[in-house]
Write a protein that binds this ligand. Sequence first.
Ligand code: HEC
Length: 170
Amino acid sequence: MKSVLVIVVLLVGITLFSCHSNSSSESNNNAASGSSASGPSAASAGASAAIDVNAPSNSEGVGRFSHVQVGNTIDPKMAEEGQEVFQTKCTVCHQATDQKLIGPGLKGITKIRTPAWIMNMITNPDTMTHHDPVAEALFNQFNQTQMTNQGLSDQEAREVLEFLRQNDAK
Ligand code: HEC
């Protein structure tokens, strides 16, 4: 039943999006950014398929970050700063392993999400769970427990991303 609902909501959202409409009903609908269904990735979900949150996605999400460039190598200093932020502000809900806590385990996250998506999720979680199809699917999977906005600066969000990259390089 739940997955049927998700599909219906998605279809409505995509229809609205493709009509370039429609502020009156926007608040009730998933204003799909469209980016998750576009792009060349063979793994991205088709428009009508239920979203597999473990599948790689090209989406950049919704928020103040886009086209975040990361180096080929990890910056260890930045990753260390990020680990500190992670330990203070994230470990109440997340582990850096693949084990769930209140939220998903974050091991492997940088392999399936774009840097911008991760930074938008960290800094803009409420909008993400309502307007990004992948974040919304996660939100439903986690019994609609909303990730809280931990008030990270742009710099801190970038450092946490570096920590997660390092965590995935191990
Ligand atoms: C109150 C608990 C809570 C806190 C604190 C929290 N999160 Fe989350 N997080 C969640 C939940 C729950 C989800 C799943 C989406 C949802 O339901 O909002 C999530 C989702 C995520 C995702 C997406 C995971 C995926 O599989 O795509 C990332 C990345 C993330 N959180 C990173 C962080 C970071 C980094 C911090 C610290 C700055 C943090 N979270 C703090 C609960 C939390």
